[in-house]
Design a protein around this ligand. Structure first.
Ligand code: KIV
Length: 294
């Protein structure tokens, strides 16, 4: 941490037009066969690191309730928490597309409530919102799109359906369930969703859905045929304190790095070797001494 002010724009406002990935840019990437790299982030520092590392889409996921707040599931995430994280992440992003998850209960009471809450997320800095659910959400997606709010849809294993599903289970393994998911995907695309998250489903099904749609699919636990992939940042960095799901690959070990650095710090404080003289401020040399040296 330095004493210098952070030199990024103070944006509580929507992203600038110069953000380099736009909603139409996502279609273009699919057309060109380029993979979309998506990652969650919930604060300034990690959003900035993701953005600087070339991530295309940063999602302020409602996974924040688990990885940031330490809850068991995502159900208690509030609009207030989401808005705070969107504002923090927004300040770290120059070029990625920032998508905000709509928390459980923030769009379940009807179109008016959904549009009002989505507008709050856009005003906080999101360029699009994400919501969970299949064909029954199509009218809501249409209402949001009519309000000029781009929507990323999310089907398959939808964590907000935890109570209804009775746990986190892979979806679409049976033929009838697979057909239903394909119909969900088509209905959401027809309603105007600009992208579709496919979570926790057989790769063969995700591949079929991906080939059938002109909008990009973004997979998590849905195999490599999707147009893009997303992971929860804390899973990728081994910061989630739980055994990883089958689909998670740990690309780094920030937990080990952090524990080692904190243990070093504690050791040096206890030994009296931190801070040393170079890390200390000094009183000004008294004027008399300066004169006598001259
Ligand atoms: O909340 C979240 O992080 C998500 C992604 C994992 C897709 O919904």
């Amino acid at each position: 941490m330095s004493f210098h002010p952070v030199s990024t724009p103070n944006t509580d406002s929507p992203p600038s037009a110069s953000a380099s990935l736009t909603v139409p840019g996502c279609f273009e990437k699919k057309r060109r066969g380029e993979k979309l790299v998506c990652l969650t982030a919930y604060d300034y520092a990690f959003a900035r690191l993701a953005d600087e590392s070339g991530v295309d889409i940063v999602l302020v996921g409602d996974s924040l309730g688990m990885v940031m707040a330490g809850r068991e599931n995502t159900l208690a995430v509030s609009m207030r928490e989401s808005l705070t994280c969107v504002r923090w992440a927004r300040r770290g992003i120059q070029r990625a597309l920032l998508v905000a998850d709509m928390p459980y209960g923030s769009y379940h009471l009807g179109r008016r409530q959904a549009v009002a809450n989505a507008l709050r997320l856009v005003r906080a800095g999101a360029a699009a919102v994400k919501l969970e659910g299949g064909a029954r959400r199509a009218p809501l997606v249409r209402a949001l799109v009519e309000a000029e709010i781009p929507v990323m849809a999310h089907i398959g294993l939808t964590p907000q359906s935890l109570l209804a599903m009775g746990g986190y289970h892979v979806q679409g393994r049976e033929p009838a369930a697979a057909i239903e998911l394909q119909e969900d995907a088509r209905a959401l695309a027809a309603a105007g969703a600009f992208a579709l998250v496919l979570e926790g489903m057989p790769r063969e099904l995700a591949g079929r859905i991906t080939r059938q749609l002109s909008i990009p699919t973004i997979g998590i636990g849905a195999g490599p045929e999707c147009d893009g992939q997303i992971l929860v940042l804390h899973d990728l960095l081994n910061l989630s304190f739980s055994p990883p799901a089958k689909f998670v690959r740990r690309f780094g070990d920030a937990a080990a790095l952090s524990r080692a650095a904190i243990a070093d710090y504690a050791g040096e404080v206890r030994a009296g070797s931190f801070p040393d003289d170079a890390e200390s401020y000094h009183a000004p040399v008294p004027a008399r001494q300066v004169i006598s040296r001259a």
